[in-house]
Design a protein. Structure first.
Length: 108
């Protein structure tokens, strides 16, 4: 059965009636991709245990397109994405929004 990690994390939070998993562990068959690792990190899981390294998953056909796109190492996936921090007026607006809303989204 296939579970999307974010669904699994949400179900665990609902079952435990809490918004984070700081007393929990996640066991995975393989090293998580960057997107899954981000979800694990944000859920505050205290321990991640995985079996195989990412290279093992790639060897059997798993395409870690996120890592490859960010590093520019994928054969087919070359990110055509410019990553840039805003500057000028846009940066000032973003900073103002962040300052006004940061307490609402404080995680700990």
């Amino acid at each position: 059965m296939y579970f999307k990690l974010n669904d699994f994390i949400l179900q665990a939070c609902e079952k435990l009636n809490q918004i984070e998993l700081s007393d929990c562990e996640i066991y995975a068959s393989c090293e998580p991709c960057p997107m899954c690792f981000g979800a694990i990190h944000l859920s505050r899981v205290k321990r991640l245990v995985y079996g195989a390294k990412a290279e093992a998953a790639i060897a059997i056909g798993f395409d870690d397109f996120i890592s490859d796109a960010l590093r520019g190492t994928g054969f087919y996936q070359k990110a055509q994405l410019e990553i840039k921090r805003a500057d000028g007026k846009e940066a000032n607006i973003a900073e103002e929004v962040f300052e006004r809303t940061k307490e609402k989204f404080r995680m700990y």
